[in-house]
Structure formats: structure tokens, C-alpha cells
Design a protein around this ligand. Sequence first.
Ligand SMILES: [Zn+2]
Length: 176
Amino acid sequence: MVIEQQLAAMDLSGADITHAANSHLHFDHAVAANYFLESEVLMQRSEWDAAFAEDAECIDTNLFDGLKGARLSFVDGDHDVFGNGSVRLIYAPGHTTGHQVLIVNLDNTGSILLSSDLYHTRANRKLQRSPTFNSDARQTLASMEKIERLLVESGATLWIEHHKALADTLKKAPEF
Ligand SMILES: [Zn+2]
């Protein structure tokens, strides 16, 4: 189910969403960006600059062209969205130049950390290796270390969205 359908099932649309953020600008993580043009879009400055650089690879900016006219708020590094620790963007570069992960504290479920493409599978996490297609292997390994520390400190549950067997077991909107 795509995000527009998930929101519609809760009688919401993109216009109801006050804040939006993309983990990074690869097509499979950014194609819905044009749906949130009325939101404040929290964007790692380094991700934006790399995506629109002349030598950018693997990124088709036509897919999220509307973002150029969006309310962009540039972020440099970790960012506590509401200033109370409830939603935090954590800078975890290496898959792309400005890749970030998200940690949210939910009343009923506790803390969840969304991996995005820091890890693609559980095996990827176990092996602690950088996939060959990442933009920077050294940064990737440093980000893995950083996020593993954060998982211990926060007690958060890690969701690896690309791991289909795991993703299929997770309760997602509009279920919760
Ligand atoms: Zn990616």
C-alpha cells in the first residue's frame, strides 16, 4: 500500500502532515515527496547538495521535482524535530552522502528506529559490511557503529524496511 492510500484510510491527505522527511533521495525512498509539498520538509543539506550536484549518480531528481518549491528546512546532522526527544532524525551517512535514520517514541509500542538503507537485511546488520553500491564505505561503517550504540542506549527496536520477511510482520498504518 502506498502512503497516499495509508493516509486516505485514516481520512488524511498530504496537506494534513505538518512535517515530512526523506531518509535519502533514492527513488524508492523519495518518490512520495511530491505528496508533501505543504509540509515542512526536513532535509539533510548534504543529501540535497549531493542529489543536485552535476555528477550525481543513482538519483533521478525529476521524481521529486516539486520539492524545489517545498518548504525545505535544511538540517546538518542529528535533529530533535519537536525538541522533546519524541521524533529524532539521526545523521547516518554512507549509503548516500546525507542519509539519515528516524527514531520515534510511541506511547504503546515504545521506541522504534527505522533503518532506511543503513541496513537492507538482517544479514547486512550481522556482517557489518558496506554494500558495494554505497557512496562511502568508511562512513557507512561509522554510521553502523553509531546506530548500534544508539540502539543500546535507547532500547529502541530496529525496523529494517527492505527486509521483506521482517517488514511483513510489522504493524503499519492504518493498522496502527
Ligand atoms: Zn537507497
